[in-house]
Design a protein around this ligand. Structure first.
Ligand code: EPU
Length: 418
């Protein structure tokens, strides 16, 4: 198991190239199952979750090849329509194969993901939508077993906008008979990117990116050749790193328009942004200003940026109130930040963060993907040395994070443990 050793206190300076978005690549890889033939997806980051999806596709019988950001998936000879527990438990996004397999092959058996570090994360809305589209869905021995001769269009309303739920149903509806309308759909840029990829495959989808999506089912979809959007959460994470170190960095391949809420909050905290040709310049303040944040579905402030923002607020001038409304257990980083000297009180879904001037390095344990990122951000500004263990969480979602940070001046190294 690897760990990161970080000596804080260096101002970050230089250019960072942002990788493709993990949460756009995963559904689009699953979408390749809707066609027969070779699909190519470009701009795919080399991450553990991407490789897990590759293993899942290979388990199903698809060919999966990854080389320098390019994924080629061949779906001509699938041997089964199953996502086993061992793969699903390491990556919940495996549930994304449910809709495509069911719509294309009329059958899917996918392990129920179960809870995870950040919350219970049920999939009832995915299943409700598939049932409304005519699927017979049963739970057997911890697996969702779904059957449908041919899916049919339906009107679906989500009680809560769900990102992977919207993607799953959009994919299934693309091959259904008739028209599907999803109301209160998730509006995240990754959902919109998935819709664009489906349209490139021949699907008829309107409204993705808004809260009502209409899909007119077609009989066949063709394989895909598509380049995915940059990772807005990686962008936001590097912004907080610039903010906490008082740095001056330029993010290349950055889509600022996907990060409005984050940029507004970081501006309130004292960061300065300059949109220039070839990148976005981000300048950190002397000391960040306290700023309140509430996580919400897009276009609100993303839950995937809450932990990194809290790291920044832990050294801010004043007290910030951070409210998490998406996942019930997404404050796992708090105890670790407190081990670095942060002053944070949590009650229910609300964290009150009293900014301390300086954090101190400490041995820390990463608990989930974004929590790990927040510990790295905090360590970059802490006095002395921080050790972040269990960084396999970080490797699930950030491509060569320590190399990118090193390139802009951070004192950071990866060490093999044990
Ligand atoms: N929910 C239900 N029932 C459902 C589905 C969701 O009650 O059937 C609830 C969830 O429990 C949660 C809320 O709805 O309270 C939103 O969850 P959502 O379904 O949108 O989350 P997700 O699709 O499982 C994706 C990202 C997450 C990101 C969330 C929220 C992928 C692969 N994952 O998860 O990314 O936090 O949306 O934006 O797209 C990460 O990258 O670190 C990560 C966790």
């Amino acid at each position: 198991m690897d760990k990161l050793i970080i000596r804080g206190g260096r101002k970050l300076k230089g250019e960072v190239t942002i990788s493709g978005a993990k949460n756009a690549a995963l559904p689009i890889m699953a979408a390749s199952l809707l066609a027969s033939g070779y699909s190519t997806i470009q701009g795919v980051p080399r991450l553990r979750d991407i490789m897990t999806m590759g293993r899942l596709l290979a388990h199903i019988g698809a060919g999966f090849h990854y080389e320098e950001g390019k994924v080629v998936i061949s779906t001509e000879r699938l041997k089964m329509q199953e996502a086993p527990y061992d793969l699903v438990r390491t990556m919940r996004a495996s549930i994304l194969v449910l809709g495509p397999l069911l719509a294309k092959y009329g059958y899917a058996r996918v392990s129920l993901p179960g809870g995870c570090a950040i919350g219970a994360r049920p999939i009832n809305l995915h299943l409700m939508g598939l049932e409304r589209m005519g699927a017979d869905v049963k739970l057997e021995g911890g697996y969702v077993v779904a059957k449908a001769r041919r899916m049919r269009g339906a009107s679906i309303y989500f009680d809560l906008p769900t990102v992977t739920g919207t993607e799953n149903l959009m994919m299934a509806a693309s091959l259904a008979r008739g028209r599907t309308v999803i109301e209160n759909a998730a509006r995240e840029p990754e959902v919109k990117d998935c819709a664009r990829a489906l349209v490139a495959m021949g699907a008829k989808i309107e409204g993705a990116g808004g809260s009502i999506i209409e899909i007119e089912g077609v009989d066949d979809l063709r394989p895909l050749d598509y380049t995915i959007i940059p990772d807005r959460i990686e962008e936001g994470t590097f912004m907080t790193a610039a903010g906490i170190t008082g740095g001056d960095i330029t993010l290349k391949s950055c889509r600022l328009d996907h990060l409005d809420a984050v940029v507004m909050k970081l501006t309130e905290a004292g960061l300065v942004f300059e949109n220039r040709e070839g990148g976005v310049r981000v300048m950190g303040p002397g000391r960040p200003k306290s700023t309140n944040v509430t996580t919400l579905q897009y276009p609100g402030f993303p839950t995937d940026m809450q932990a990194q923002f809290m790291a920044l607020m832990s050294v801010a001038d004043g007290t910030s109130v951070i409210k998490e409304t998406i996942f019930e257990n997404r404050f796992m980083h708090v105890a670790e930040l407190m081990r670095m000297g942060a002053d944070i009180a949590v009650e229910g879904g609300i964290a009150t963060v009293k900014g301390v001037g300086k954090l101190k390095g400490a041995p820390l344990m990463a608990t989930d993907l974004r929590a790990s990122a927040s510990l790295v951000v905090a360590a970059l500004a802490a006095k002395g040395e921080t050790e972040v263990r269990r960084i396999y969480h970080l490797d699930r979602g950030y491509e060569t994070m320590e190399e990118k940070l090193k390139k802009i001046g951070a004192d950071i190294r990866r060490v093999k443990e044990g």
